[in-house]
Design a protein around this ligand. Sequence first.
Ligand SMILES: Nc1nc2c(ncn2[C@@H]2O[C@H](COP(=O)(O)OP(=O)(O)O)[C@@H](O)[C@H]2O)c(=O)[nH]1
Ligand SMILES: [Mg+2]
Ligand SMILES: [Zn+2]
Length: 294
Amino acid sequence: MTTYANDTLVGTDCLICGARNLSGASLCGQCSAPLAIVHDIAAQDRDPQIVSIIGESNVGKTVYLGFLLDMLTQRAGDYEAIPKGAYSIDLPQTVISHMAQRSFPPKTPMEANEWYWAYYQICQRKPKPKWIDLIMPDMAGESLAAEVASPNTFKVIRNLLRLSAGSMLLVDAALAANGATQGDFFAVKMLSYIDSMHAAKRDERIECPIAVVLCKADFCPECFDDPRRFVRANLNRLWNLCESRFANVEFFSCSVVGSLGYATSPQEDYVVPIPLHTGLQGVLEPFQWIVDQF
Ligand SMILES: Nc1nc2c(ncn2[C@@H]2O[C@H](COP(=O)(O)OP(=O)(O)O)[C@@H](O)[C@H]2O)c(=O)[nH]1
Ligand SMILES: [Mg+2]
Ligand SMILES: [Zn+2]
């Protein structure tokens, strides 16, 4: 068990990178993780676990995590969730309020000091009550790509992935269904990065649970029927790597919109999708599976 030093006279040790920060600082000077988390942890009797939401830019990480956190606080699926600190509510609030106004939330900035972080105490009531504390940061896809392309350049990402107890790997199902290979390649890069970081022996597979989530499944409803088959057929590189290197992988499909419209304005020459109404499908299932693995 790790202990997190939190001495207001000497300063605060960052949970993610371990750097010592001056007391009173709100973000870690080294990696920009919020130091409020450290103070909030000190008040708890359990060490938190990190669940990382990973995937290319624009796959739907921010929207997914925002809805997931909101569902948990609304006690979906018999969970009880207590957000620790106001910063934990900013992400669901941003996502829900944008969607209520029929727009998607803005793109996550590359700079780690602008990311949303969520720290929740979650109780799974069935089969018997089990409490876990989770930290879930909303990382930017470009930053993940930058770290994967040249490891050790984005320290906060490296540390987060190294410390993660489980990951949700989001992949754009709509693009994959249309035959695009980019999502497949990105997912493979992401997992091979995790593989090399664990540095397990070649004949041992990595135990860390990975939920592969097919996002935007509203565009290709067939992936709800059989996400495994969809991945095998449309994301075959990813499928193969999962089989050879990861012992604990499961596949899911998810969508957050019931129907979409498209709009443009006379001054602009691009079209934006307008979520006409929210329709959540498959948001809780990958989370449930990850939590069951702990
Ligand atoms: N059709 C559809 N589009 C979605 C869904 N989730 C996200 N999107 C689209 O994907 C875009 C990027 O989502 P975002 O969560 O910001 O992606 P991120 O870059 O991975 O954080 C949104 O602006 C929407 O246009 C979904 O469930 N269905
Ligand atoms: Mg985002
Ligand atoms: Zn730090």
